[in-house]
Design a protein around this ligand. Structure first.
Ligand code: PHB
Length: 391
């Protein structure tokens, strides 16, 4: 009698002989801040990836997918390129993903074509990154995308004069430019613009300038993590809220993981963004449950997890389209125009820019029925492409 195992083996050989591809292990290199001051952001990359794998399995079309994590604690372009090169050459990854900071993404893009590897960006949010390589796809957001709807929203809130305060690097400059275009277009005036070095951690002198400017509101961007927590705390501690100076920002400044530390002082802060953990949809319920399980402490879940989760979906579609074989151009081509329902809402990959088209939500920090601080969605702007990439 022939055993089942022999039969199976014989069947497998016959399949191979008939031309079926042997299963490959596809390696994916993920670069992010897994230690240091921004470790919580990297932890959210990992939670998004693990949630995706828990819900969809660890293989695609019979090919096992192996994730290799590499730590890049802060923006460091030289180190970013070295890590990416090592992942490609030594670890033989077929895909690169992650990347929290813009300068790191810009340092990695020049190696992609020669390496024959696509980069799926889970966060870095400066518009121009997409123009550096045809092999980049992005599942996060841009500051142009999130900030543009704020111009009109500010006018609707009776705000007429705004001072802008941003971190002086790619996404900060984009945020400033987007606000300076959208707000005057809606009838407002930008009275002053301040750019701070990325490393700034004493915000009192800047907030004094905000007070002295005579503006009705401050518009701000800093990269999410310790800088945003420090800035919003300083906005309260320096009496700006008490003085009636309103606050407008991209949702980077009110990420959910910061809200408990900000407490009631954050209530009423108005932001616009692509994702709120409290977004009410069946897809988001499933995602949040899986991502909270992956991250361990539910209060730590924040927006980088959604970029990572959808990024893994995109990488899976690329693996499917290439049958596990390394072909970066074919992989990227396969996801141009891809549309799906993300936990954040309906999204697609713009075939022209390779950046994610999505709904941007206007939100206000509030308490839900159980007393948890949330970014409560109050208005939505569907189908937003990246205005920063329109030429
Ligand atoms: C970026 O460097 O592109 C970046 C980092 C953190 C954010 C947004 C953008 O919250």
């Amino acid at each position: 009698m022939i055993s089942r195992r022999v039969l199976c083996a014989a069947f497998g050989l016959a399949m191979l002989g008939a031309g079926a591809a042997a299963a490959e292990t596809v390696r994916v290199g993920i670069i992010g801040p897994f230690s240091g001051p921004f470790a919580l952001q990297g932890k959210n990359f990992q939670a998004g990836i693990e949630a995706y794998r828990a819900l969809n399995g660890k293989s695609v079309g019979g090919n096992e997918v192996e994730i290799i994590y590499r730590d890049l604690p802060t923006a460091n372009p030289q180190q970013a390129r070295a890590i990416a090169q090592e992942l490609v050459v030594k670890d033989k990854v077929q895909y690169l993903g992650g990347v929290y900071f813009t300068p790191d993404a810009l340092a990695i893009t020049p190696i992609l074509t020669q390496a024959n590897v696509p980069l799926v960006i889970f966060n870095a949010a400066t518009s121009a990154i997409m123009e550096q390589s045809p092999l980049v796809v992005r599942t996060s957001f841009t500051l142009w995308q999130t900030v543009t709807p704020l111009g009109k929203a500010a006018i609707e809130r009776g705000i007429r004069k705004v001072i802008t305060v941003v971190s002086d690097y790619g996404p900060g400059v984009d945020a400033e430019n987007a606000f300076k275009k959208a707000f005057p277009a809606a009838g407002g005036t930008v009275v002053e613009s301040i750019r701070m070095p990325m490393q700034t951690n004493d915000f009192s002198p800047i907030l004094q300038r905000v007070k002295d400017s005579g503006a009705d509101a401050v518009f701000a961007f800093l990269p999410s993590g310790p800088p945003t927590l420090g800035f919003v705390k300083a906005y309260n501690d320096n009496g700006l809220k008490a003085a009636g100076i309103k606050f407008l920002a991209s949702g980077d400044l009110t990420q959910e993981s910061d809200l408990p530390a900000l407490g009631d002082g954050a209530l009423g802060l108005v932001t616009s963004y692509h994702y709120a953990v409290s977004h009410d949809s069946p897809e988001n319920k499933i995602f949040v449950e899986a991502a909270r399980k992956a991250i361990g402490n539910p209060a730590e879940l924040s927006f980088p997890a959604i970029g990572a989760y959808d990024g893994m979906f995109v990488i899976s579609k690329m693996i499917e389209a290439t049958g596990g074989k390394q072909d970066a151009a074919k992989a990227v081509e396969a996801v141009k125009g891809l549309a799906w329902i993300s936990p954040r809402g309906p999204v697609s990959i713009d075939p022209k820019t390779r950046h994610v088209t999505q709904t941007i939500y206007l939100r206000e920090v509030a308490k839900d029925a159980s007393g948890q601080y949330i970014n409560k969605e109050i208005e939505s702007f569907p189908g937003q492409t990246d205005p920063g990439l329109v030429k």
